[in-house]
Every structure is written in C-alpha cells, then in structure tokens.
Design a protein around this ligand. Structure first.
Ligand SMILES: [Zn+2]
Length: 253
C-alpha cells in the first residue's frame, strides 16, 4: 500500500466510519481464521500474541461477546457499540488448542463456521469431539460453511445437494441441531447464490466477507464482516471492532 493510501486506510476510513456509525443497524462482526505461534499472514494466520492483545482489549473494555446461540430475537441482532460477534472461518485446530482456554479465562464467547468435510478428517482442523465439547460447555457457537468449501460466486457449478444438504446433515448429526448461520467460503457470493440461499435454505443469518453495513433481505440478515488482518495497526483493529470500517463498501465499492 502506498503512503497516501495507508493514511486514508489507517485514519481516513475510521474517521468517516465514525461520522456515519449510526448506519450500523445490526450487531458488528469481526473474524479470523487460524491462530499461530509463528509468523502471522494477512487475514489467514494471526500470530497468537497479536490475537491475545486484541482479546485482552475486548475483555478489558466492557464488551459483551455473543454466540450464534444467543441470537434468538430481532433485538439480539441489533447494533450495540459494546456487543460483538467474534467469528472464525473454517474450523482450524488452533481455534480449540490455542485459544479455547484463553477465551474462557477472559470471559469471551466466540463462533466458528465449519468446513464440514475437513472436520475430524484433516489434522489441521478440529475434531467433532472438540466441536461438541466447546458447544456443550456453552462457550462457542457454530455455523455452516458448506461441505467442500467451494467458490460459490458461480452457483451453477456447485453441487448444492452436497454443499448444503450433506454438510448440514453431518452438522446436525454431530451437534443435534440444524445450523442457522451460514458463511460464504472465500466470502465469494453473487446475487444468484444469495437468491438461492434466501429462497430454499433455512439459514437465518448469512455472513459475507465484505466490510459493509448489514441489512435484511427476504427475511434473512445479511452480514458485512470485518476481517482482522495480522499486519494492521491496533488503531485499525479498534475501528473495525466499533464497526467504523463498515462504511468501506459505501465509499470504495
Ligand atoms: Zn472459509
């Protein structure tokens, strides 16, 4: 990023987002992927110490963290500057081994969207025992993330039966309920795929990877989300936490 763009990103966007923060109507969402001991990388791998400092900030500044299971009424879904959804994409092993004890210790609840085919099959991912333990202890909520994690921007190329029906059947068999929260793999979605999900699937809330104001469509809540990047400043993290970066799509497109 060139120096001018950097200043706009670090200071300009948070400032504009702050001016328009009332456009946030629904609970704000931040998300991560894998948490690692070594070098972090962009949105995919966050260094543990970077992550820990961010979580400590959330814990020490009076935030309430919300599990998907807590979103029972429209009022639960409304924006509140001190309520936040912390989410993790895919179901990486570290979401249990590295952070579960830390999050409990800090009193922070979180959520994971499961790429179902990998769970219990790929050693880099969670096992179903870990998933069930985290859920049963009331600390972690779970959502759907398809079966094979395909790019869904062209839904005609997707085996929808496999990606939704099979993934959700395995999820339900293991956890005992159907997922109500769905996150697009790679954040890649199209009007067509949104239309399909809205019309024939039972998810209540759909999560994109766009920094935008969340909105309702066909009775479903479509979330903008803020990816937390390992390499960004703490100021940017705080602005994303408050929902200031949701103005991004309005300005940049
Ligand atoms: Zn993913």
């Amino acid at each position: 990023m060139n120096p001018i763009k950097k200043v706009i990103y670090n200071y300009g966007i948070p400032l504009i987002g702050r001016l328009f923060h009332k456009k946030n109507k629904y609970i704000n969402v931040i998300y991560y992927h894998d948490i690692v001991d070594g070098e972090g990388y962009s949105f995919m791998r966050t260094n543990f110490e970077v992550f820990k400092r961010q979580m400590e900030y959330i814990a020490q500044n009076g935030y309430t963290t919300v599990r998907f299971d807590d979103l029972r009424t429209p009022a639960d879904e409304e924006y509140d500057a001190k309520r936040i959804i912390i989410a993790f994409d895919d179901g990486w092993k570290s979401n249990y081994t590295k952070i579960y004890d830390l999050m409990k210790c800090l009193g922070l609840k979180y959520n994971i969207y499961l790429a179902v085919k990998e769970i219990g099959a790929n050693p880099d991912y969670l096992t179903w025992d870990e998933v069930c333990k985290m859920h049963d202890e009331g600390w972690v909520g779970f959502g759907a993330h398809t079966y094979t994690h395909p790019d869904m921007s062209d839904i005609s190329k997707i085996d929808t039966e496999l990606e939704f029906a099979k993934a959700d059947a395995v999820f339900e068999k293991q956890l005992g309920y159907k997922p109500l929260d769905f996150c697009y793999p790679f954040g890649a979605y199209s009007e067509e795929s949104n239309e399909y999900i809205s019309s024939c699937l039972e998810y209540k809330r759909i999560y994109t990877s766009r920094m935008m104001y969340s909105y309702r469509q066909n009775g479903k809540l479509i979330f903008g989300r803020n990816g937390i990047c390992n390499d960004e400043s703490f100021g940017v993290f705080k602005a994303k936490l408050k929902g200031y970066f949701n103005v991004w799509r309005t300005i940049i497109g």
